[in-house]
Design a protein around this ligand. Structure first.
Ligand SMILES: NC(=O)c1ccc[n+]([C@@H]2O[C@H](COP(=O)([O-])OP(=O)(O)OC[C@H]3O[C@@H](n4cnc5c(N)ncnc54)[C@H](O)[C@@H]3O)[C@@H](O)[C@H]2O)c1
Length: 270
């Protein structure tokens, strides 16, 4: 049967797959028949996630990485190609923020710590560029592949506080459009590059910004809810369908897009 959404045996690499969004997507894709490799820094966490997915009936394994270290990522790619023979999909989900790259309400731009600003740029932007460069190679050899980057609401309109993160994610949207064109022109239409822009999902990287220790929303968390027509934060599982679509042949003519999954946040003015 010709099923546009068939992703069975699709070899999927997820950087930052130990994170809250990455692990949820990993499990969904593995249970849809994909062969998932989670790349992350935390071996114990990564192995536990992979074991959970295998116990649920999926195909998944963990490999240790550092997306800012090209040598390590190259070795990951060589190991994956040696074992699975190909790489069909790369999800660049590694990312994060640092206190010094943000400007709290009681501080000003003069308090921005430029070294941390650079680290956040490196992690989110260069940490996407490096795996893209590495995993694109087997895709080009195959003549087929799909890369999905992780942008953010902060890419469309920079939000208060998160100066470094917003700059990096704007860079991700820009890089996505650049790479879509670059790949199509140089390697043909089999290689597609898109991004997903999640709205607000409570994960490790934003928990302390959006929630208090007792679980209630901070002022910023309440502002997000007010700005979201659905009136709530997202559930990580709500990203899976868009990822599935973008990586499958159902999106065969789709490249260079940033798919917004945000309960209406980005559309809402007042
Ligand atoms: N949570 C949200 O609301 C939201 C919104 C928009 C975009 N995003 C993006 O989605 C992606 C996933 O984030 P998340 O919310 O699951 O956050 P998370 O903090 O739970 O996961 C991020 C993962 O990246 C990993 N990581 C950090 N540095 C790394 C490195 N050098 N090498 C390899 N892995 C590294 C972390 O260990 C972590 O597992 C990120 O790019 C994030 O910026 C999240």
């Amino acid at each position: 049967m010709n099923n546009l959404f068939d992703i069975k045996d699709n070899v999927v690499v997820i950087t930052g797959g130990t994170g809250v969004l990455g692990r949820t997507i990993a499990k969904y894709l593995a249970l849809e028949g994909a062969k998932v490799v989670i790349l992350g820094r935390k071996e114990d966490v990564g192995n536990a996630i992979a074991q959970d997915i295998v116990a649920a009936g999926g195909c998944c394994e963990f490999m240790k990485t550092d997306v800012m270290n090209a040598e390590v990522v190259r070795q990951n790619c060589a190991d994956i190609v040696a074992k699975y023979g190909r790489v069909d999909t790369l999800l660049n989900a590694a990312g994060g923020n640092m206190a010094g790259a943000t400007i709290p309400p009681d501080k000003t731009f003069f308090d921005l710590q430029v070294d941390q600003f650079q680290t956040v740029l490196n992690l989110n932007l260069t940490g996407t560029v490096i795996p893209t460069q590495v995993f694109l190679e087997p895709m080009v050899k195959q003549g087929k592949g799909s890369i999905i980057n992780f942008s953010s609401m902060a890419a469309f309109r920079p939000m208060t506080r998160v100066a470094g993160y917003a700059a990096a994610k704007a860079g991700i949207s820009n890089f996505t459009a650049f790479m879509a064109t670059e790949c199509a022109k140089k390697f043909g239409e089999g290689i597609r590059v898109n991004a997903i822009a999640p709205g607000f999902f409570i994960t490790e990287q934003n928990r302390s910004l959006l929630t208090n220790p007792d679980g209630t929303f901070t002022q910023r968390g309440q502002d997000v809810i007010r700005q979201t027509p659905f009136g709530r934060m997202g559930d990580p599982e709500e990203l899976c369908g868009t990822i599935h679509y973008l990586m499958s042949d159902a999106a065969k003519f789709v490249t260079g897009t940033v798919a917004v999954v945000d309960g209406g946040f980005n559309a809402f003015a007042m």
